[in-house]
Design a binder for this molecule. Structure first.
Ligand SMILES: Cc1cc2nc3c(=O)[nH]c(=O)nc-3n(C[C@H](O)[C@H](O)[C@H](O)COP(=O)(O)OP(=O)(O)OC[C@H]3O[C@@H](n4cnc5c(N)ncnc54)[C@H](O)[C@@H]3O)c2cc1C
Length: 304
C-alpha cells in the first residue's frame, strides 16, 4: 500500500465528510486545461476540515500542494504523484470591526462584489482576475493600477509545523507577483483581511464593468490560458518585447502566442504542458537574443 492510499484511508476515518478524489485529472482544475492525473485530491468545505487534512498528511511526511482556482498554473502532462488540497470550498466572507475577512478559496470576483455590496471600495481591480483569494495573496495579483498589497491588512495561514499564524500584511512581504508564500509553499493561506475605504456602490460597479470591457477587448479570454505567461521585466513590457520579436501567432503543437495579446500563451485545443514549455523556451531564447532581456515565467508549475 503506498502512502497516498494510507493517507486516503486516514482521511476517510478522521474526516468522513471530506471530499476526496483519487487519480483526479488536473486539466479539469486549471484555466490552461492542461495537466495529467493528481494521485490524491482533497476538497475541504471548511477551514477545520482543511487543517485536519493537512495535519493528517504531515503525520505521514506528505506536504500537500495548495490549489486555488488553477488560473496561474501549468501542470505536467504526466500529472502529479502527490496530494493536492483544493481550497474552493473555503469561501466564506464576513465583516469584523469594519474590516473585510474572507477565506482563501473565495473567487476574487465574489470577494470584489461582497466589498461593493457592503459599500466598500478598493477591490474593483480584482474582479476580473480569475483566481482565488489565496492564489492572489501568494502572487500579489494586480491589474489596472491595483494590487493586493494595497488593500491587504493581515493573512492567517497554517505553517509547515501545523500552527495557525496571523501576520500583518507587511510581514508577508508582497512585491510584484511575489510574496513570502511563493517562497514557502508549505504554508496554507486560510484567510485574509482587508481595510477598505467607504465607496460609492454605483461608481464601483461602473469601474468593474469598465475594466471587464477593457479586458475583453485586449485579452484572448475566449481561449484557455494562464493569463500573462511572463513577469514584467524591469523597464519593459513582456508582451511588447515578444511582439517586437515577431513572435505573435508562433505555435508549438496547440500552444500559441496569442495573436490578440502577445503576453498570453493560449491553448488552441489540445496543447500539452510539453508544448507550452517548448514554446516558452523559444520565446525566452528569442527575446534574450534579440532584445537582451531575460524573461521569467509568471505562471507557477507543478509536477515538472
Ligand atoms: C485570463 C486570465 C487573466 C488573468 N489576469 C490577471 C491579472 O490581471 N493580474 C494578475 O495578477 N493575474 C492574472 N491572472 C493570473 C491568475 O489569475 C492570478 O495569478 C491569480 O491570483 C491566481 O490565483 P489562483 O487561485 O488561480 O491560484 P493557483 O493558480 O491555483 O495557484 C497559484 C499559486 O498560488 C498558490 N496558492 C493558491 N492558493 C493558495 C493558498 N490558499 N495557500 C497557499 N498557496 C496558495 C499555489 O500553490 C500556486 O503556487 C490571469 C489569469 C488568467 C487565466
Amino acid at each position: 500500500m503506498d502512502r497516498y492510499t494510507t493517507l486516503a484511508g486516514a482521511l476517510r476515518e478522521r474526516c468522513p465528510e471530506l471530499e476526496l478524489r483519487e487519480q483526479e485529472l488536473m486539466s479539469r482544475h486549471t484555466s490552461f486545461r492542461i495537466g495529467g492525473l493528481a494521485r490524491l485530491m482533497a476538497l475541504p468545505r471548511s477551514r477545520s476540515e482543511a487543517v485536519a487534512a493537512v495535519q493528517a498528511a504531515m503525520e505521514l511526511g506528505i506536504r500537500p500542494f495548495y490549489l486555488g482556482n488553477g488560473s496561474n498554473l501549468l501542470v505536467a502532462d504526466r500529472g502529479y504523484e502527490g496530494f493536492v488540497l483544493k481550497t474552493s470550498g473555503m469561501d466564506q466572507v464576513r465583516e469584523v470591526n469594519r474590516r473585510l475577512r474572507a477565506e482563501s478559496g473565495i473567487p476574487l470576483s465574489r470577494l470584489a462584489v461582497a466589498a461593493v455590496d457592503r459599500g466598500l471600495a478598493g477591490l474593483e481591480f480584482a474582479h476580473g482576475i480569475p483566481g482565488s483569494l489565496g492564489g492572489a495573496v501568494t502572487m500579489n495579483a494586480g491589474a489596472y493600477g491595483g494590487e493586493m498589497v494595497q488593500v491587504l491588512t493581515a493573512v492567517t495561514f497554517l505553517d509547515g509545523e501545523g500552527n495557525v499564524v496571523t501576520l500583518p500584511a507587511e510581514e508577508c512581504h508582497l512585491t510584484y507577483r511575489h510574496s513570502d508564500f511563493t517562497e514557502h509553499p508549505e504554508r496554507l493561506i486560510l484567510e485574509a483581511e482587508f481595510e477598505l475605504p467607504q465607496g460609492d456602490g454605483a461608481e464601483s460597479r461602473a469601474k468593474i464593468e469598465d475594466l471587464a470591457r477593457r479586458r475583453k477587448e485586449k485579452q484572448p479570454l475566449e481561449w484557455p490560458s494562464a493569463g500573462s505567461t511572463f513577469k514584467r521585466p524591469q523597464g519593459y513590457f513582456a508582451a511588447a518585447l515578444i511582439e517586437e520579436c515577431g513572435l505573435k501567432g508562433l505555435q508549438v503543437g496547440d500552444a500559441q502566442v496569442s495573436e490578440k495579446h502577445a503576453g498570453f500563451v493560449i491553448n488552441r485545443g489540445k496543447a500539452t504542458c510539453a508544448d507550452v514549455l517548448a514554446l516558452t523556451e523559444r520565446i525566452k531564447e528569442t527575446v534574450l537574443r534579440e532584445k537582451g532581456v531575460a524573461l521569467e515565467l509568471e505562471v507557477r508549475t507543478l509536477g515538472l
